[in-house]
Design a binder for this molecule. Structure first.
Ligand SMILES: NC(=O)c1ccc[n+]([C@@H]2O[C@H](COP(=O)([O-])OP(=O)(O)OC[C@H]3O[C@@H](n4cnc5c(N)ncnc54)[C@H](O)[C@@H]3O)[C@@H](O)[C@H]2O)c1
Length: 467
């Protein structure tokens, strides 16, 4: 059992702390009093909600209550840690670069308060080289005669499945140029995971691996999204194309789902950050730059479909959005595509009624969109607002409650329009909606509801492909 301290009580810090507490002694440090009180109340069994929504997290904290505490007291946090994980935010600035101010201030706090040798690992997603900067800040600010080795341990969890992702990772990437430190980190992880999951490497390789993984996954999505737009244009079905491509084991099925674009706190931020980093290093990453362009274009494409269904005039139209979190089962709205679409509709004069299965997502929407007050309402029961005033339903994320809507209940809508931003309705349902007069629009599978225009394709080929 090792003593570990985690800087940052956010979407990464809390689940990571709870997971480590299965076999280690964990202290989570965050200057935010509310968050720290929140965590401690849950640990002491005096509360059943946290500032972040993550399945199984409360149970895990309570299960390991003897091994974990949270504090705002930096001295208590740095009493005797053997390993420190920095998991503070690295939000993008206006150029898309990761802002390192929280990481640097954590480094300074560590240096000024630490009294024993230890290893500091960056869990935050940062530009390659940041561990060296953290090492320099620590060395320059140390108050005690101790040895601190700094490395990188990027995080790959996904919100919504963080607890499970941490319990059963495909791999644990960590890098440090100090051999002793690598051995110490390996020992630490062997308490939690099998050796075959461990991927030790140099500091810089670990830092690049994080961006490489997210950028590649985002690229897969944008690649399929650009083909989805082509599928709509010719009359093919992107869901079928996904299956055909994904069954090739060299490619794999994951991250091929076309949709109105990827969102969330990581892909948009990390793709922009590594693209900008490549530019600054005179090594432009053109494929990743295109990935970002396609992502933005796909959201515009979806919003335009909605507006075109009403002849380009949304003034006075009423929409329902099911799912406002950037994906199902999260309250996180950072770079959420349904939020972007909602704002676009409101900007064009429409009124939106927003529902999500996670209450915190609705509360966050209200807190984060004060300038839209009066242009939307939030509600807590899926069909509550489905009535004769509604012109269209937008499916915002992939929660299973939205996969199989009650067609009879939808029948009361005055506008028979369904916009499936996640392509989740199945063909049978789409056809049954069509038979009831619904207009179904998606990103790449409109053909399920609309016959292929063969004559147009034949004429096109005759005109463009025959001399
Ligand atoms: N959210 C994800 O799904 C995810 C996944 C993998 C990696 N990451 C990366 O992990 C990092 C953290 O992300 P997050 O989503 O948990 O952020 P978050 O915004 O949810 O949490 C960051 C926390 O850090 C705290 N903080 C700021 N300065 C501090 C300091 N000096 N000392 C201690 N705490 C401090 C803040 O109060 C906040 O509670 C980011 O770099 C992010 O890119 C996030």
């Amino acid at each position: 059992m090792a003593n570990v301290t985690i800087f940052g009580a956010g979407y990464v810090g809390v689940p990571t702390g709870a997971h480590f507490a299965r076999t280690h002694q964990v202290t989570i440090y965050d200057p935010d009093t509310n968050k720290v009180e929140n965590i401690n109340k849950v640990i002491d069994n005096n509360a059943d909600s946290l500032h972040i929504h993550e399945k199984g997290l409360i149970e895990l904290l309570q299960e390991n209550h003897e091994n974990i505490t949270a504090t705002t007291d930096i001295k208590q946090a740095l009493e005797n840690p053997e390993i420190i994980f920095i998991a503070v935010g690295t939000p993008p600035n206006e150029k898309g670069r990761a802002n390192l101010k929280y990481v640097c201030s954590a480094a300074e706090q560590i240096a000024k308060n630490i009294k024993n040798d230890c290893v500091v690992l960056n869990k935050s997603t940062v530009p390659p080289g940041t561990a060296y900067l953290v090492q320099e800040i620590i060395n320059n600010n140390l108050k005690s005669d101790v040895k601190i080795a700094v490395g990188s341990c990027p995080e790959f969890l996904a919100e919504g499945t963080a607890v499970e992702d941490l319990r059963t990772p495909d791999r644990i990437v960590y890098g440090c140029d100090d051999k002793d430190a690598i051995e110490q980190i390996t020992e630490f992880f062997l308490f939690l995971h099998g050796r075959s999951t461990l991927a030790p490497m140099t500091t810089l390789s670990a830092e690049v691996t994080k961006y490489a993984a997210n950028a590649l996954l985002a690229t897969k999505i944008s690649f399929m999204n650009s083909l989805a737009i082509l599928c709509d244009a010719v009359g093919a079905n992107i869901r079928e194309v996904q299956e055909g491509v994904g069954k090739d084991t060299r490619v794999g099925r994951k991250f091929l789902n076309a949709s109105m674009g990827y969102g969330g706190s990581c892909f948009p931020k990390d793709t922009s950050a590594i693209a900008e980093y490549g530019q600054l290093f005179n090594s432009p990453l053109e494929i990743i730059e295109s990935t970002i362009l396609v992502n933005n274009k796909t959201t515009d494409y979806f919003s335009k479909k909605i507006s075109e269904a009403f002849g380009g005039d949304l003034v006075g139209k009423n929409f329902i959005i099911w799912g406002i979190g950037f994906k199902a089962r999260t309250d996180d709205l950072r770079e959420s595509k349904p939020v972007q679409v909602a704002r676009e509709l409101m900007d064009q004069g429409a009124y939106v009624h927003i529902y999500d299965t996670v209450r915190g997502a609705l509360e966050n929407f209200e807190n984060e969109n004060p300038s839209y007050k009066g242009k939307y309402s939030i509600y807590h029961e899926q069909y509550e607002m489905v009535n004769g005033n509604i012109d269209g339903l937008i499916i915002g994320n992939e929660h299973e409650k939205f996969r199989n809507p009650d067609v009879n209940k939808l029948d009361s809508m005055r506008g028979k329009h369904i916009f499936d931003g996640k392509n989740i309705l199945n063909n049978y349902l789409i056809k049954s909606l069509k038979s009831k007069g619904f207009n179904y629009k998606s990103v790449g599978k409109d053909t399920v509801a609309n016959p292929v225009n063969k004559t147009r394709l034949i004429d096109f080929l005759k005109h463009e492909y025959m001399d």
